[in-house]
Design a protein around this ligand. Structure first.
Ligand code: ZN
Length: 351
């Protein structure tokens, strides 16, 4: 089987995808028109000058996520697009607190996103004995100190309430936003609450700051996964710790090249060393609209630059299923993984 065809059929996850960075462009413009909101030309592009330039688009995407119908639609479309690329499991993340300014509460926002997910699951699972397509939510808190540090505890409480009282598929907690100068340890209380409640814990780290930021996320937030982790290899003992504790890196290649313009191309990205050193990682999109990418494109780019074979690609995908924060019991998660393995073996047998 030709590599791109194998990639599209291989069951994959997207564990790191921001709802507010992953709208369909057509939907963004339709909603902007509906709300009489102006979106300037040239905001979303292939290359960005800096992290600030990259982040500029979120002002516009968040502006159209202003009612429940729009949020549900955006979530549903994200699920549909990913499902068409052979993504079986997604963890969709966003900061409800950033969307509250339009008058919705955190719980209304999480309920709306969950409705979009539920619609997708009901549509895509109609003929399989076990539901192979699943999606869930990671609630993000923001690193910015003045505005949001005090809100991370409130954010984690709203995540737990959404799961336990409303029965929504909230599975994890994340820290996003400006990494440099805003250490994760300011949010250790929120992460302790998340851990005690059994929420999965991931932290954006080692992207806009050094390996010490990853160490901080693991030590002070008990992170089980790291968003990006691009600077991990600066620190050898930390690399060993990540490996030995099976902390998964959520690697987003296209996004990394865009937010770190000093990386000229993928030959300067450490993911090939991650493979050589057996550092656990999987591939993810980060922001499908802002980065102009999708899951198959991320796998194709990784495969081309490092000449990855089918077995290596399948291992990267399997790592995603191993490290998911699944919405269900440990037993249900294992049953799901077993079903995915059967599907993966079927695809590999045909290649
Ligand atoms: Zn991210």
């Amino acid at each position: 089987m030709e590599r791109n065809s194998f990639i599209s059929k291989l069951p994959k996850t997207d564990l790191h995808v921001h709802l507010d960075g992953s709208l369909r462009e057509t939907t963004l413009h339709e909603l902007a028109e509906q709300f009489a909101y102006d979106i300037p030309e040239g905001v979303f592009k292939e290359r960005y000058d800096s992290l600030e330039d990259y982040l500029r688009g979120f002002e516009f995407t968040c502006a159209v996520m202003r009612d429940e119908h729009s949020i549900a639609r955006i979530a549903y479309e994200l699920c549909a697009d990913a499902f068409n690329e052979g993504v079986y499991y997604q963890e969709i993340r966003f900061a409800p607190q950033l969307l509250e300014e339009h008058g919705l509460t955190c719980q209304q926002i999480l309920t709306a996103a969950s409705a979009g997910i539920a619609k997708a699951e009901a549509e895509f699972n109609n003929e399989t004995p076990i539901d192979l397509y699943r999606a869930s939510i990671i609630v993000c808190a923001m690193r910015f100190p003045e505005q949001f540090a005090s809100k991370s505890v409130a954010a984690v409480h709203s995540a737990i309430e959404a799961r336990d009282i409303l029965g929504l598929p909230v599975v994890g907690f994340d820290l996003a936003g400006a990494e440099y100068g805003n250490p994760a340890n300011a949010h250790s209380e929120a992460y302790k609450i998340a851990k005690d409640a059994g929420l999965g814990r991931t932290v954006h780290a080692g992207e806009a700051d050094a390996a010490s930021s990853i160490a901080d996320a693991i030590a002070s937030c008990d992170a089980q996964r790291i968003g990006h982790g691009t600077h991990l290899l600066q620190d050898e003992p930390l690399t060993r710790l990540v490996k030995d504790s099976d902390v998964l890196l959520e690697v987003c290649l296209t996004s990394n090249l865009q937010t770190m313009p000093h990386l000229k191309d993928l030959s300067q990205h450490p993911y090939r060393q991650f493979i050589e050193l057996d550092v656990p990682f999987t591939l993810a999109t980060d922001n499908r609209l802002v980065s102009r990418t999708d899951v198959c494109t991320e796998y194709q780019r990784a495969a081309e630059f490092a000449a990855l074979d089918h077995a290596q690609l399948a291992k990267i995908a399997a790592k995603g299923f191993d490290a998911m924060f699944f919405p269900g019991s440990v037993g249900q998660a294992q049953q799901y993984r077993d079903a995915i393995k059967v599907e993966t073996d079927r695809v590999r047998a045909n290649c």
